[in-house]
Design a protein around this ligand. Structure first.
Ligand code: HSE
Length: 443
């Protein structure tokens, strides 16, 4: 068994004592945290056992108009704010990696509990941050980093701590779900749907992180780490975004009884020798219309968990936007503040299982392949020989007329990703195949 360092008990400040809070960042999320903290201060004092006192808000531009914000609270010196003696909890809602990493580490090293909504930071540096939190015996909370208002981090850390999770499949990016849903249901163009998602405040400052799948990959790394008690980092996640998805892909999905979603899939794999590993991936995925994830529309998120004893669970809700993200941040602030008042710590990181990360090529997937082929005798036999040579079994084959050629739509059975990918490469090299129009994995 791996040794688990138990920090000494933190006795707390005592009931009725105020808890000082510093907020770093006053963008979409920070503004909502500030508003809700002010509106519900009495309720929070009861829930915590002492009042929350806002000590300051660090911003990069002191001149920017901020209606309704007490300018006396603003500072552009985040480090001094963090180090104030009367600050107990530091809330990081800036975004980015390097600068917030320095601030969060400084806060933890100074004995402050930290609440962050920053998935990119947690996915890249969770080990270092968790170590600093342990060394200082303080809390590190990041509920808002995954699927905003959906309490999925708490669910994995606490509620499912007694179960063995096999698989977590999730729609964890609101922007891409909004775009794919708009393209499917209203026929909107990709560009118009992205502009609307940005206007509604779902997209990241640079929406590349959303549409290229990076935002979802950060969340997948966090989910896999928590679900499998293994450190999974952003770079361990295979990531494909939605920028290559076409209107034809979406139509083909609909015609075949599927909905196209950007999924984050985290799974525990067991090889023939019984050796376990962990895989995490993000890619456009065909979901059968009767699967619970298929009905998750607009910017909503959902996390579908398969666990040994609990069976199948689904968590659904607002995964993006100022107020839903602030809800998760405030839940963390209340939790961290309670511990500051009454003592103790929240359940922290536990990566005791330390499973190896599987190669993407060894993951088992299924492909939906749509191709233009010559319409002549022997073509099907030629193509099925290519599938057979790679040990790929076919589930369904559908042929449609397409001018002088034929359109062939093949759905495979489950197989090794590397074998499926090699099959597609061989199909592309075959003269009978005029074009491989789309290759999309199935859930
Ligand atoms: N840009 C993210 C999304 C926000 O669209 O889901 C929450 O991480």
């Amino acid at each position: 068994m791996t040794e688990n360092k138990q920090p000494t008990y933190n006795p707390g400040k005592g009931a009725g004592e105020p808890v000082g809070v510093a907020i770093l960042g006053l963008g979409t999320v920070g503004s909502e945290v500030l508003r809700l903290m002010g509106e519900h201060s009495d309720a929070f004092a009861h829930r915590i056992g002492g009042p929350l006192e806002l000590k300051g808000v660090a911003v990069s531009d002191l001149e920017k108009p901020r209606p309704g914000v007490d300018r006396g609270l603003l500072t552009d010196d985040a480090m001094s704010l963090i180090n104030r003696d009367d600050v107990d909890i530091v809330v990081e809602v800036i975004g980015g990696i390097d600068y917030p990493r320095r601030l969060v580490l400084a806060a933890l090293n100074a004995g402050k509990s930290v609440v962050t909504a920053n998935k990119a930071l947690v996915a890249a540096h969770a080990d270092e941050l968790a170590e600093a939190a342990d060394a200082a015996n303080v809390d590190l909370y990041f509920e808002a980093a995954v699927a905003a208002a959906i309490p999925v981090v708490g669910m994995l850390r606490r509620s499912l701590a007694g179960d063995q999770i096999q698989r977590i499949s999730g729609i964890v990016n609101g922007t891409t779900n909004f775009i794919l849903d708009a393209m499917e249901s209203t026929g909107a163009t990709y560009e118009d749907a992205l502009a609307e998602a940005t206007r509604l405040g779902y997209a990241e400052a640079d929406p590349t992180a959303d549409v290229e799948g990076h935002d979802a990959a950060s969340k997948a790394a966090i989910l896999a780490s928590l679900g499998f008690h293994t450190r999974v980092k952003f770079d361990d996640v295979h990531c494909e975004g939605i920028t290559k998805v076409t209107a034809e892909d979406i139509e083909a999905a609909r015609n075949a009884g599927y909905v196209l979603k950007l999924l984050a899939i985290c799974e525990r794999l067991t090889d023939e020798a019984g050796v376990e590993s962990v895989a995490a991936r993000v890619h456009p995925t065909l979901v059968p219309v009767d699967h619970p994830l298929a009905s998750v529309n607009e910017s909503y998120n959902a996390i579908f968990v398969e666990a040994e004893a609990a069976g199948r669970l689904m968590f659904y809700g607002n995964g993006a936007g100022g107020a839903p993200t602030a809800s998760a941040v405030l839940g963390d602030i209340v939790g961290a503040a309670r511990n500051k008042v009454h003592g103790g710590r929240a359940p922290g990181e536990n990566t005791y299982a330390n499973l190896p990360i599987a190669d993407f090529g060894d993951v088992t997937t299924r492909y939906h392949i749509d191709m233009e082929v010559e319409d002549r005798t022997g073509v099907l036999a030629e193509l099925s020989a290519i599938f057979a040579a790679h040990n790929i079994s076919l589930k369904t084959v559908r042929q449609e007329e397409s001018g002088e050629d034929a359109r062939l739509i093949v759905v495979t059975h489950s197989a090794r990703e590397a074998d499926l990918a090699a099959t597609v490469e061989d199909l592309k090299k075959t003269s009978a195949v005029k074009a491989v129009d789309s290759v999309i994995r199935l859930i």
